[in-house]
Design a protein around this ligand. Structure first.
Ligand SMILES: [Zn+2]
Length: 144
């Protein structure tokens, strides 16, 4: 499942399985109205942080990834929605934020076996020296 569904408890916000009729944490009754789609997120991939250790195999996979704005390339199809963010930790301006976002997109793609991402929409938030970028788009998966 590329986009997981789960039932969020309205009482305690616990993320229960989509077939749960009662919250596993507090017992509140759940129904279909509590169902939410959980988008794949770079933060879910449990990569080591902040130290990034990339094996030659991972580097080779990263080198094959595509990040495109616009059309889906031939031989690929949409694999679901993705979300990633990056920030500059208060220094480096937009360049630092973009590097962090790109790293998180790599993590997301290699963790989920996506071929890349397309149609990225990137929204910046700027507070003084702090820049954060939020990116949403389509995961690319190979059709063959
Ligand atoms: Zn609950």
């Amino acid at each position: 499942m590329l986009n997981e569904r789960y039932r969020v408890c309205p009482n305690c916000q616990h993320e229960n399985g989509n077939d749960a009729n009662f919250c596993l944490s507090c017992g509140t009754k759940l129904d279909a109205a509590a169902t939410m789609v959980k988008l794949p997120h770079a933060g879910d991939q449990k990569f080591a942080h902040p130290t990034v250790s990339i094996t030659p195999e991972e580097q080779a996979a990263i080198d094959q990834l595509m990040i495109t704005n616009g059309t889906i390339p031939n031989g690929y199809t949409r694999g679901g929605l993705v979300f990633a963010d990056g920030d500059n930790h208060g220094e480096g301006g937009y360049k630092g934020a973009w590097e962090d976002l790109t790293l998180n997109l790599w993590r997301l793609c290699t963790g989920k076996n996506y071929a890349g991402v397309a149609n990225l929409t990137i929204v910046p938030t700027v507070r003084g020296e702090y820049v954060q970028l939020f990116a949403t788009g389509d995961a690319l998966v190979k059709t063959v």
